[in-house]
Design a protein around this ligand. Structure first.
Ligand SMILES: Cc1ncc(COP(=O)(O)O)c(C=O)c1O
Length: 266
């Protein structure tokens, strides 16, 4: 586990990692940490969370409340309060909503379940600025975009916008269950021993597997290969479209393809 932490912190903005067993559990940790940080530093009124319609963050009660697809939250009684869902890529709406009572903005750099919709670079940059202005933590859910999928090890690196907290799972274990929340020393300090935890997070087998996965996929030649293939696939799809006019839009980033949207576009 220590080897994996060192590898992840050397690769990213983060100083620390909390290991979980899934993407949902990594997001649960991130959301709880953001609230704890804001309450400790500012007070109990700073608990509001901004999220985006069509987003997906997992299936625990907190993450279905934060996710922007009501179908996952319906039928389980009251959801968590203080969560606002805004249209994705609408910076003006986000700027208007982020304020002194906001503790966190959670966003996927490319919406996965929402239709493989990449964020506009200006949207993520604008969120970063608005968060800094109001002392709000910016959480990037990279459960789907992380570990090479978009052609950068994490998608934030390709955008050049650094979050305060990043969550990662799925490809991190390349089929084996492991998730992680990455953050800075300053923020992690609010999860003192006993405040949050899990029995199997960071277990030796999961950590050994993820360590090997990160070693292999962070190789610049592998990431370069993702970018080259992405360009080739998009060029092929464009040629198909020129011949048959079948696509409304060719979306996605790196090797994160858009199956549903493409089908809908047919
Ligand atoms: C962006 C995103 N966040 C969180 C999750 C939840 O991850 P898990 O299924 O490992 O709990 C998913 C799963 O599809 C996801 O795509």
């Amino acid at each position: 586990m220590l080897r994996l932490v060192t590898r992840l912190t050397n690769l990213t903005f983060a100083d620390r990692a909390f290991f979980a067993n899934s993407g949902a559990a990594a997001n649960e940790a991130a959301l709880k940490l953001a609230r704890r940080y804001a309450i400790d530093n500012t007070g109990p009124q700073k608990v509001k969370i901004i999220s985006f319609t069509q987003s997906f963050h997992g299936r625990t009660l907190f993450t279905v409340s934060v996710g922007g697809q009501p179908k996952y939250a319906e039928g389980f009684g009251p959801t968590l309060q203080g969560i606002t869902h805004l249209p994705y890529n609408d910076l003006a709406a986000a700027r208007a909503a982020i304020g002194p009572q906001t503790c966190a903005v959670i966003v996927e750099p490319v919406q996965g379940e929402g239709g493989v919709l990449p964020a506009d670079p200006a949207f993520l940059q604008g969120l970063r600025e608005a968060c800094d202005q109001h002392g709000v933590l910016l959480i990037f859910d990279e459960v789907q975009t992380g570990v090479g999928r978009t052609g950068s090890f994490y998608a934030y690196m390709g955008y050049g916008v650094t979050p305060d907290i990043l969550t990662t799972a799925k490809a991190l274990g390349n089929g084996f269950l492991i998730g992680a929340m990455l953050t800075t020393d300053k923020i992690a300090a609010h999860f003192k021993v006993g405040v949050h935890g899990t029995t199997y997070g960071g277990n030796p087998l999961g950590a050994a597997i993820a360590d090997k996965v990160v070693e292999l996929i962070s190789d610049p030649a592998v990431l370069e290969g993702v970018q080259q293939r992405s360009v080739a696939i998009k060029a092929h799809l464009k040629r198909i479209d020129e011949r048959f006019s079948v696509f409304k839009e060719i979306c996605g980033k790196g090797l994160l393809p858009d199956r549903r949207r493409t089908r809908r576009c047919l």
